[in-house]
Design a protein around this ligand. Structure first.
Ligand SMILES: [Zn+2]
Length: 136
């Protein structure tokens, strides 16, 4: 059967440390060393104070579902076989919002505010994707 590879995130120079952390099974974001603002997605300048200086700081990986959809008609053929699948926005404890799929939970049981935690799925040697699963 003919299959189409799923598109993967582009790993940019600014985002490389984020993806390196994912490969190690943890979430990390830039923290501005001038004002403390957490930056996501990674950027050259702090959107709050415009400082360049930053350090990478770990995140808890715990959060709640801020919003979600269930996709029944994917736009990209590589996802046709996965439908219906969910895409959620998870608000982490630190206030960062990430997109991802919630796994280990039927789509019908997803709820806004549901507590979730990050898990990682290795796609290839470069890309390990964060996904989320319900937590007690
Ligand atoms: Zn700043």
């Amino acid at each position: 059967m003919f299959t189409i590879d799923k598109p993967l995130p582009a790993i940019t120079e600014d985002g490389a440390p984020y993806w390196a952390a994912c490969r190690e099974g943890r979430l990390a974001v830039q923290r501005c060393t001038a004002c403390g603002h957490l930056r996501f997605p990674p950027a050259v300048l702090c959107p709050r104070c415009l400082a360049e200086a930053h350090e990478w700081t770990p995140l808890s990986g715990r959060g709640t579902i801020y919003s979600f959809i269930v996709v029944h008609r994917p736009q990209h053929p590589a996802f046709f076989a996965d439908a219906p699948y969910n895409v959620a926005i998870v608000e982490l404890e630190e206030g960062i919002r990430l997109h991802g799929n919630v796994i280990e939970c039927p789509n019908e049981e997803l709820r806004i505010g549901m507590p979730v935690e990050v898990v990682f799925e290795k796609i290839d040697d470069e890309v390990t994707l964060p996904r989320f699963r319900p937590r007690p």
